[in-house]
Design a protein around this ligand. Structure first.
Ligand SMILES: [Cu+2]
Length: 445
């Protein structure tokens, strides 16, 4: 992604004219007095350097589709046709005019948009990533005036101001605007989520993944693709294709409760659905939309999410596919993260994975010793991330012809896959004969 030129400063006269806190109201928002007081000081400081955002998220609500039936909660009788489950979430509104942006209220996606950042290079190109956040309110719950934030989970050296934890920082009220600015020095796999009422807003769906790309990228002498998970120095984290694998959960009655102006009792938490990138198998292997957050593709005219072709129209607000496609001999990076409330084990049957990173840290010791390891399955705790690279095995040409060989990637806890008739955290790895597929254009494609 190319960096845009930034207008780094409001001029001094504009700043004095508007006054610190008044900038919070620049979008024409009317706010609760308490919210205004809370935001007064920080907004004035931040808005001195607005710049163009690399990504523009809007917090709102949504309906998604999950299979099966759980009387009386699922499908929710209030859900629009073809959809089943009430959610909170984010939506990428980059490039939309004000009217189109506001029309996205009630049209969040799940999980939240995937995005990626180049590692900050203090001596070279200063790469500062800017994420603007607004809050469109909740279409189903006009009585709830919850704020939203973005907490960049695992980001080191962050100042509280950009941390998204609302008690020590600030949060964005309905119609408010705030721009986060990050310089990330540690490459790896991260996640993000809203931190307001975080059990609620995380469980209701305000969760997504972030990749930080290492400075070593572009160096083709260590690995031909020039793409690496980390600054490994030896090509050991080189890969040809990469896939986010975000693990989350849905407790149907809690989602029903929010749609029906009730409060769930979180003591009774029991997930009904275990999701991979916001879907359950076999929806996980259905095609997805583009993940290029810098030029989001939306429905012409309305700015709504694009409706997938039949038979996948029900996945309109669940745009991320988990189908792994690769050529024999290629290296594939699986970026796992868990933002559910339960530890999981993801197992790849028939192919060894090499775990090269954990929690955005290369698995090398202080003296450079190799701490990576081979495994078929990896336990992923809540809030943890793992980077796994596998080499696609030879294709069984002669037995399958040109059809891909298929391997399963699944949660080995079978109770998380069956129960009701949902399929859970499972997807497929399709290995094609060498040279069949073009190079990957963007993650998860
Ligand atoms: Cu929120």
């Amino acid at each position: 992604m190319s960096k845009k030129a930034r207008t780094s400063q409001l001029n001094r006269r504009d700043f004095l004219k508007m006054g610190g806190g008044a900038l919070a109201l620049a979008a024409g928002a009317s706010m609760m007095p308490t919210v205004f007081n809370k935001m007064l000081k920080p907004m004035g400081i931040l808005s001195a350097a607005p710049g163009d955002p690399d990504l523009y998220l809007a917090g709102t609500d949504a309906w998604i589709s999950l299979p099966g039936s759980i009387p009386i909660y699922h499908p929710d009788p209030l859900a629009p046709d073809g959809l089943t489950t009430y959610m909170f979430g984010f939506r990428n509104v980059l490039g939309m005019d004000q009217v189109t942006k506001e029309a996205q209220k009630g049209k969040a996606q799940y999980p939240s948009p995937l995005f990626w950042i180049d590692q900050y290079d203090a001596s070279g190109n200063p790469n500062e990533f800017r994420m603007q956040l607004t809050n469109l309110g909740l279409s189903m719950r006009p009585d709830l005036i919850d704020e939203h934030t973005v907490h960049f989970h695992g980001l080191r050296n962050i100042i509280p101001f950009f941390d998204g934890e609302p008690n020590t920082s600030l949060a964005v009220p309905i119609a408010g605007e705030f721009t986060y600015a990050w310089r990330v020095r540690e490459p790896g796999t991260y996640m993000y989520h809203c931190h307001v009422e975080d059990v609620e807003h995380v469980h209701l769906g305000m969760t997504g993944m972030v990749f930080v790309k290492p400075l070593q990228n572009g160096n083709t002498t260590l690995y031909p693709s020039g793409k690496y998970a980390y600054n490994c120095g030896d090509g050991s984290t080189g890969y040809d294709r990469e896939y986010s694998m975000l693990l989350t959960e849905i407790w149907a009655s809690a989602h029903w409760a929010f749609a029906h102006v009730q409060l769930p009792n979180w003591d009774e938490y029991k997930a009904d659905f275990y999701l991979l990138n916001g879907r359950v198998y076999p929806d996980t292997i259905a095609p997805g939309s583009s993940t290029d957050f810098s030029s989001p593709v939306n429905e012409a005219g309305t700015g709504d999410m694009v409706t997938p072709a039949d038979p996948n129209a029900h996945l309109k607000y669940q745009p991320i596919s988990s189908l792994v496609r690769c050529n024999a001999g290629e290296k594939v990076l699986l970026r796992f993260a868990n933002l559910g409330f339960t530890k999981q084990n993801m197992t790849l049957s028939g192919i060894k994975m090499r775990i090269v990173g954990k929690d955005a840290t290369l698995l090398k010791g202080r003296a450079g010793e190799d701490l990576s390891f081979d495994t078929h399955g990896i336990y992923i705790g809540v809030g943890e991330s793992y980077d796994a690279i596998f080499e696609a095995p030879a294709h069984s040409t002669g037995i399958s012809g040109d059809a891909p060989d298929k391997y399963l990637l699944y949660n080995r806890n079978y109770s998380h896959k069956t129960g009701s008739d949902n399929g859970g955290q499972m997807t497929e790895v399709h290995v094609y004969p060498a040279g069949t597929l073009d190079p990957q254009a963007e993650p998860n494609s």
